[in-house]
Each structure stands twice: as structure tokens, then as C-alpha cells.
Ligand binder design. Structure first.
Ligand code: FAD
Length: 395
């Protein structure tokens, strides 16, 4: 892939960065990462406001086909992810814009596209993913939430778990079992869309270890959903799921957030003196920061390679797995390095002594999420082994 950007791309990328920097001026105090959008009412309002700001510039449809209001290319969308990641700006719904929209373009009927794409483009409808269950995570095809057809509706019963943002989202895309007798468990699954206000849905918080409310359990008790809301064919939802999972694992926003944090750590080390010498002169600290910088640029190059392949519809599943594992583990190493460099001050928050307003303490706790969410790293390594390296499957 040619990494050199055209003059036009450089200009557009700068425009994204300029707008995100400006939106950052309105950010609520203490807003950090994904939980910033979902934990508090103020953060959620900010997320919705940023979505409208992007929508009015037509930036939520970058890379979409023109007939659905799209403009620009997939690479343009990549540049926007870099800008939102760098300035930690919400507004691009990871479930609606990043995952569901490209999946609908690839797999849905015309009727579904016409009904559901416009509200994603306008930033009005936010989505959540209802896939995992207490007994179906890595082995997702073992899911048991059932949908039984009654006339022109499905009646859904079951429990979903670990659902990010389900307490705020307007709509959900879910996986349900429509044929309990299918000969292969992947065969009897259907991909369906529904309003989170439908009677019979109960959302309960699953508070993370740092106390934030981002994740949930969702109970579905006789939830009636129009049968026309399925994506793809009944019992063929597994194929749709595979398409979406690849979009779920692109990591450029997170990589740009790490660039920003690295810059801040470097400034801190230059400005902070210990026993009369700046930390930046400590050989151990220099070496560890330099190592993180090398890894970060490697992750960035990998993510660009994937984006380039994706823009030519060439991406393979193991590419997405590789960048998910590499960038997720890098974030954990970087968060730990930040906490070690800050020392005891790095463990303090809500205090005048807290360095970076407690950012690294929070980031460190959140870095564990990346090993599990979006498919655990063990599972990603299996995908890389099987599909990328041709190694045999273990029974
Ligand atoms: C913070 C967070 C957010 C999430 N958000 C969502 C969401 O929005 N929507 C949603 O539907 N789900 C979500 N999930 C669920 C997530 O996708 C699952 O937790 C994940 O797929 C792992 O499933 P599990 O928790 O059932 O663990 P298990 O599948 O029970 O795995 C337990 C351990 O066994 C290992 N393991 C399992 N099978 C294998 C194997 N074949 N080979 C090697 N090792 C294996 C796993 O790697 C893991 O270490 C989220 C999870 C977390 C933690």
C-alpha cells in the first residue's frame, strides 16, 4: 500500500482535525473515552451534539454509496477516526456508523437499507449490540435467546449480557435463535433490529470495576418485533454476524488516542524534574517510551494497511484480528507505563494531586477490557493461526 496521502487527502484530514479540536472545547469536564458518552447524562448529550455536528457536514456517511447519501471514500472515514481518536471526540456511533451501516450496505435488503440508514446518517438514532449471553461469548453460536414467528412478528425471549451502552441506545441489533433444531448451531440464527423502547425489554447495569456505567444485562421477555426487521434471511444471520465482526475490530481511533497520550507523557517527562534532572533524562524511562513509540507506529502502519485493503474490499478476517490484538495489548502496556512514570500521583483522581486529572489511572483500569471485548485475544489468535497462517484447528 502507498502510505503517501494526496494533497486533497491532507487538506481533508486537517479539516477533520480542526473541527474535532473545536468540538473538544465544549467537552464536559472529566469526559474520557467511550465511557464518557454513556456514564453521565451530560456526556450522552455531548455525544448526541457531536453526532449532529458531524451529520450536518455529511461526515457520518463517508465511504457510503452515493445513492444512500454517501460522500468521500473509506480512507476519508479513516482520517475522521484518526481525528476523533486523537481529540477523544464522540459523535460517531461505534455501533451504528462503524458497524451496522457497513454491514447493512453489504448484506441488507433495499427495504431495510432505506428504512434504517437515514437515521444513522443524521446522527439521530444510536445503536447497541445484543449478541453475547451468559453462556454464549467466545462460542457465540451457542446463543439461546429465542425468536418465534407469530404472524408478521417475532416474539423474543432470553437474556443478553455485557451490552455496551444498552441503557442509552435507541435501537439494538440482536442475534436470536429462530431454528432450535438446525443441524449446525450456526444455521438457526437470525440477525434482527428493534427499538429499545419495545415493551418487554429490561436493562440492568453491570458496573465496571472503576464504577462507571457503560455495560449492561438486557432481559427480553415476550418482546414483539416486526418480522420485516431481519437483516438477510431468517436462519442465515451468522453470515451477517461475520461481516459485522470485521468492522468491529478496526482500531484507528484507539491508536490515535495513544499518540495523543504518548505526546502528553513525553511533555510530562520533559517538564518534571526528579532530584534536579528531568525524567526525560532517565535512561530507563527513555528506553521504555521509545519502545512504546516504535510499537505505536507499527500499529498505525498495520491499521493503515487494513484500511487500504478494506477500501478495495480486500480485507481478510485475520488482518482485523491482528490489529485488534496488537493495538489492545499495546494500550495496556502504555497505560501501565504511564502509571509507573507518574508513580503514586498516577493513582489519584478527584484531587488537586491527580496528574492528568486521573486519566492514566482510569485508562489502566479500562485497558483490561480490550483483552475481552470484541472477541477475546485468545480467540483472535486462533483466527490468525487458522486463517492467516494455515495452522491446524485444535479439537
Ligand atoms: C467490556 C466488555 C464489553 C462488551 N460489549 C459487548 C457488547 O456491546 N455486546 C455484546 O454482545 N457483547 C459484548 N461483550 C461480550 C464479549 O464479546 C464477550 O465477553 C467475549 O466474546 C468473551 O465471551 P465470554 O465473556 O463468555 O468468555 P468465554 O467465552 O467464557 O471465555 C472465557 C475464557 O476462555 C477463553 N476461551 C474460550 N474459548 C476458547 C477457545 N476456543 N480457545 C482458546 N481460548 C478460549 C477466552 O479467551 C477467555 O479467556 C463485551 C464484553 C466486555 C468484557
Amino acid at each position: 500500500m502507498d502510505f503517501k496521502l494526496t494533497d486533497e487527502q491532507v487538506k481533508l484530514r486537517k479539516q477533520f482535525f480542526d473541527v474535532c479540536e473545536e468540538l473538544g472545547n465544549q467537552k464536559p469536564e472529566g469526559f474520557i473515552g467511550l465511557e464518557g458518552s454513556y456514564d453521565t447524562d451530560e456526556g450522552w448529550e455531548y455525544h448526541l451534539w457531536c453526532a449532529k455536528e458531524f451529520a450536518k457536514r455529511n461526515w457520518l456517511t463517508l465511504g457510503w454509496p452515493k445513492e444512500y447519501g454517501g460522500q468521500g471514500t473509506i480512507m476519508d472515514k479513516v482520517f475522521l477516526s484518526e481525528a476523533t481518536g486523537y481529540y477523544d471526540i464522540p459523535g460517531v456511533d461505534i455501533f451504528g456508523v462503524d458497524m451496522l451501516a457497513p454491514t447493512l450496505h453489504a448484506t441488507a435488503s433495499e427495504e431495510i437499507k432505506r428504512e434504517f440508514l437515514p437515521s444513522i446518517a443524521s446522527g439521530e438514532r444510536m445503536w447497541c449490540e445484543l449478541w453475547s449471553e451468559p453462556n454464549a461469548g467466545s462460542d457465540l453460536a451457542a446463543l439461546s435467546a429465542s425468536a418465534v414467528r407469530q404472524g408478521d412478528e417475532y416474539v423474543i425471549n432470553g437474556q443478553k449480557t455485557w451490552n455496551t451502552g444498552a441503557h442509552r441506545a435507541h435501537w439494538a441489533f440482536a442475534l436470536v435463535r429462530t431454528d432450535p433444531h438446525a443441524e449446525r448451531k450456526q444455521k438457526g440464527i437470525t440477525f434482527i433490529l428493534f427499538d429499545m423502547k419495545t415493551p418487554g425489554i429490561t436493562v440492568k447495569p453491570l458496573k465496571y470495576m472503576d464504577g462507571c456505567h457503560l455495560y449492561n444485562e438486557v432481559f427480553l421477555d415476550g418482546v414483539r418485533v416486526p418480522a420485516k426487521n431481519i437483516v438477510g434471511q431468517e436462519n442465515e444471520g451468522w453470515t451477517v454476524t461475520q461481516t459485522l465482526a470485521n468492522f468491529e475490530r478496526s482500531s484507528l481511533g484507539a491508536i490515535m488516542a495513544m499518540h495523543r497520550q504518548l505526546e502528553e507523557l513525553v511533555s510530562y517527562c520533559n517538564e518534571t524534574k526528579v532530584r534536579g534532572e528531568p525524567l526525560a533524562k532517565n535512561p530507563l524511562i527513555r528506553s521504555r517510551i521509545a519502545q512504546v513509540a516504535c510499537d505505536l507506529w507499527a500499529a498505525h502502519a498495520l491499521a493503515y494497511r487494513i484500511a487500504g485493503a478494506q477500501s478495495k474490499s480486500e480485507m481478510a478476517a485475520f488482518d482485523a484480528s491482528a490489529v485488534k490484538v496488537f493495538s489492545g495489548e499495546l494500550q495496556a502496556r502504555m497505560a501501565q507505563l504511564g502509571c509507573e512514570i507518574l508513580g503514586p500521583y498516577g493513582q489519584v483522581k478527584h484531587s488537586r494531586w491527580a496528574s492528568f486529572e486521573g486519566f492514566f489511572e482510569k485508562w489502566y483500569q479500562q485497558s483490561f477490557i480490550l483483552n475481552v471485548a470484541m472477541g477475546t485475544n485468545e480467540i483472535q489468535r486462533n483466527i490468525i493461526a487458522w486463517y492467516g497462517l494455515g495452522l491446524p484447528r485444535m479439537k
